[in-house]
Design a protein around this ligand. Structure first.
Ligand code: PEP
Ligand code: MN
Length: 259
């Protein structure tokens, strides 16, 4: 596994792709669009941490095969969520980068195990903030990863549980400047999960770019109405392309390019 730095100065890394990896056609449609857009990464979940045990749980290893295939064909690096220490070797066999989700931010044994398993390869880790975690708790938890020997960690703000119900979560945009002030780690903003609804995603993504994020996560699906998870918040490919054009203008205004 080669060292793939998440973040180069002057760039915003876009981590786009479907919520769940569902089938080859879905992944191909997204991969083709991302390559055409000149982007470098594709995301997709193979092991899904669903609120309900009756919801789609992900394709597991078959999903890892699908995202790896599409990544190879379209020259895209791959990132997927890891939820269990038992999956570490398997997931690392397939993808370029690991995502740790909001529900596992405080799963310290998982964090220690991932830090140690990636101490040699320095595979990038996207470390999401717990939905009810303070920035102090999040930064402290990140040290379980870096202490294990992997410094290649990017933090990801993905929205907090608050009293507000108009959005799925409340995006803490101030996490971007606070992290820049308090940490050397780069900061990603997930615009999709706090929005919960597709029409709100563009504003959150634009705010994140203007606020100085180092990376952005956006869910995109060729047919969101048929998605097996998070359908209401996933952009169609044309919606994604339109948003990307706008984001590129804002990025240029702050001296950055989106890759
Ligand atoms: C995801 O990005 O697929 C995901 C499940 O996100 P979160 O952990 O932020 O809910
Ligand atoms: Mn999702």
């Amino acid at each position: 596994m080669t060292y793939v730095p998440y973040h180069e100065k002057g760039t915003i890394t876009l981590l786009a792709g479907p919520c769940s990896i569902e089938d080859a056609e879905q992944m191909e449609a997204v991969g083709e669009a991302l390559e055409r857009a000149g982007l470098r990464w594709i995301r997709g979940g193979a092991f899904k941490p669903r609120t309900s045990p009756y919801s789609f749980q992900g394709l597991g290893e078959e999903g890892l095969r699908l995202i790896t295939d599409v990544g190879r064909r379209h020259g895209l690096k791959t990132i997927t969520e890891i939820v269990d220490t038992a999956h570490i070797d398997l997931v690392l066999k397939y993808v370029d980068a690991l995502q740790i989700g909001t529900r596992n931010m405080a799963n310290f044994e998982l964090l220690k195990a991932i830090g140690q398993a990636t101490a040699e390869g320095h595979q990038p880790i996207l470390f999401k903030r717990g939905m009810a975690a303070t920035i102090d708790e999040w930064l402290s938890a990140a040290e379980y990863l870096t202490m294990g020997g992997n410094p290649n960690v990017m933090l990801c703000e993905r929205g907090l549980r608050t009293f507000e119900t108009a959005t799925r979560f409340t995006l803490d945009i101030s996490a971007v400047p606070v992290i820049h002030k308090r940490s050397l780690l780069p900061i990603c903003v997930d615009a999709s999960h706090p929005a919960g609804q597709v029409d709100l995603v563009p504003s959150l993504a634009k705010a994140a770019v203007a606020a100085g994020c180092d990376a952005l996560m956006i869910e995109v699906h060729p047919n969101p109405a048929k998605a097996k998870s998070d359908g209401p918040q996933q952009l169609t490919i044309p919606q994604f392309e339109e948003l990307l054009a706008e984001l590129r203008l804002i990025a240029a205004a702050v001296g950055k390019t989106i890759v």
